[in-house]
Design a protein around this ligand. Structure first.
Ligand code: NAP
Length: 283
């Protein structure tokens, strides 16, 4: 089963290289920009295709690895080609296979195959793919073939329902991109405390990495420390008084979620005053 890619970006290059390293046969790459597709083909020891038709013709499985907004445009082109029996996949987290409109009429099978991973680099991120869980959904009859394909190259899969994909992807964003924003907020505040630029990351590294490790290994309740868990009303009040703007909004919103965890961990504690403070505080 030859795998080809339409879209030679971060995910296309990473998946292709992984397939190549695990000795799965690749057809190659088509992309908007010739040099991207040529670079990907070279990186994965496969072929550069100068048009979408030739890529599709030479592939049994086509991964559409373009930005989410471009997927339906590529599908609109592919659906008019002779694709009966082929498997068409995209890698979007928020979209389902339903984006492949009228696929039943083509005789092809559609799937979404999403790696739960921040793929940040075309040429190095492939090394992290074996750590990622791939969520898959699509044509019921042939879903096991996609599972078989991924497990044959040592990638882990779990099935997901099409209708929960936006929620699922939102959850991924919460623990990924939004953590980046949270770290940036903490660094902005530390800068205002006078921390030199070069120490902003190393200063918070033990806090950030230690918490990430603990919450994954032991769970949210066991990992929770800090003024909310201790019910330190005065400390939280001072934080709210000190922060302003977006950083205060972030602090206040996440403190409400933190309070939910604290209440579950210490049902004997009375957190009402803190709850009121977080609900009413307006600066
Ligand atoms: N990056 C992540 O962390 C991540 C994680 C999981 C899933 N995904 C999903 O993976 C998919 C690809 O994301 P990505 O991060 O790899 O994006 P990306 O790095 O921006 O790569 C997209 C590639 O598609 C090419 N392209 C754009 N429009 C095109 C078109 N109309 N026709 C042909 N090629 C086109 C781009 O252009 P050029 O040819 O000009 O280079 C580029 O090479 C998305 O569905 C995304 O949601 C991404």
């Amino acid at each position: 089963m030859k795998v080809g890619f339409a879209g030679a970006g971060k995910v296309g290059c990473s998946l292709g290289r992984h397939f190549n390293e695990t000795r799965h046969i690749l057809s190659g790459y088509y992309s908007r920009t010739k040099s991207s597709a040529q670079g990907a083909a070279e990186f994965t020891k496969s072929t550069y295709f100068q048009d979408l038709d030739t890529l599709v013709e030479n592939s049994d499985i086509v991964f559409i690895t373009v930005p989410d907004d471009a997927i339906s445009g590529i599908w609109e082109q592919i659906k008019h080609m002779p694709i009966s029996g082929k498997m068409i996949c995209h890698c979007s987290g928020s979209l389902s296979s339903e984006i492949f409109k009228d696929i039943e009429e083509t005789g092809a099978y559609g799937f979404s195959v999403h790696p739960l991973l921040a793929v940040s680099d075309r040429y190095t991120s492939y090394r992290e793919l074996p750590n990622a869980l791939f969520t898959i959904e699509g044509n019921e009859k042939y879903l096991s073939k996609i599972e078989g394909l991924l497990s044959s190259v040592n990638l882990r899969t779990v099935r997901i329902n099409a209708d929960v994909k936006p929620r699922y992807h939102g959850a991924a964003v919460l623990c990924s991109n939004l953590v980046v924003a949270l770290v940036k907020a903490a660094q902005d505040e530390l800068r205002m405390c006078g921390f030199p630029e070069e120490s902003l990351s190393s200063a918070i590294a033990p806090l950030l990495l230690g918490n990430a490790k603990k919450v994954i290994l032991a769970g949210a309740e066991a990992a929770l420390t800090g003024p909310i868990e201790r019910n330190d009303f005065g400390t939280v009040q001072k934080h709210l008084q000190t922060f302003s703007g977006l950083d205060r909004d972030i602090y206040r919103t996440l403190s409400k979620k933190t309070l939910e965890i604290a209440c579950t961990r210490h049902p004997e504690q009375d957190y009402k005053a803190l709850e009121q403070l977080l609900a009413d505080y307006s600066g």
